[in-house]
Ligand binder design. Structure first.
Ligand SMILES: Nc1ncnc2c1ncn2[C@@H]1O[C@H](COP(=O)(O)OP(=O)(O)OP(=O)(O)O)[C@@H](O)[C@H]1O
Ligand SMILES: [Mg+2]
Length: 212
């Protein structure tokens, strides 16, 4: 008899099993696509599967151009708003096409998807998100500003810590979005800060990144 093989519960085996989950969703989306009424929702599901596979590392990463990453993240949050029947957000972006970020594009997609998702989730009417970027000599500043209710003052000083949330949920998995943002920005030696707007309502997030 052959020796028993090593057991395999690595990240690779998790990707394998999650790919099977994604394949079922893809098949369901294909089925929905055949009915005119569900065509658009089918496309949402397919895009979401591709996003999930990219996050998992099951499909290759692309070059981290800021403008392209912002566009993907906008699509991701727009898909959420449509599927969750939340008011749509208007995105206004002023980003030169050639601004490049360090590292992996899937990391940055997580950063912007979490920021945009938070804005969409606190909004109960159609809102607006302004995204700007400016390159200085040795740094890049990216701002994301919304016109929502603003961040509650009591959580502002510890906003980037894990499990800080105003969501009504007892799950340990809430209050992680901004901690993920903080952790990814830190991985690239940058900083992220949050404040509320002064002359209007809304929150502003500023990411400062060193560039070579
Ligand atoms: N743009 C924003 N405007 C107003 N409040 C915000 C905004 N972004 C975050 N917050 C506040 O910060 C809290 C923490 O955000 P974070 O993304 O870390 O966690 P969450 O959204 O509550 O849960 P999770 O992201 O894990 O689903 C939110 O619950 C919300 O109260
Ligand atoms: Mg969040």
């Amino acid at each position: 008899m052959e020796n028993a093989p090593d057991s395999d519960l690595t990240h690779e085996s998790l990707i394998h099993d999650l790919n099977n989950v994604f394949d079922t969703i893809t098949e369901a989306a294909e089925l929905l696509r055949t009915d005119r009424r569900w065509k658009s929702l089918a496309a949402t599901l397919s895009r979401t599967v591709v996003r999930g596979k990219r996050l998992l590392g099951a499909i290759p990463d692309s070059t981290p151009y800021l403008a392209a990453i912002i566009d993907d993240s906008i699509q991701s949050v727009t898909d959420y708003c449509v599927a969750a029947r939340k008011p749509r957000m208007r995105f206004v972006r002023q980003i030169p096409n050639d601004f490049r970020l360090p590292g992996s594009s899937k990391d940055w997609e997580r950063v912007f998807a979490n920021l945009f998702l938070n804005s969409a989730q606190v909004m109960n009417k159609p809102g607006r998100i302004d995204i700007g970027a400016e390159q200085q000599k040795d740094s890049l500043t990216i701002t994301v500003a919304d016109n929502g209710p603003g961040i509650p003052a009591e959580i502002l000083p510890r906003l980037f810590r894990p499990n800080v949330s105003t969501k009504l949920s007892s799950s340990k998995r809430t209050g992680l979005g901004l901690h993920i943002v903080y952790s990814i920005v830190k991985k690239y030696s940058g900083s992220v800060t949050a404040e509320n707007r002064v002359r209007a309502t809304g929150a502003i997030f500023t990411i400062l990144l060193p560039v070579n």
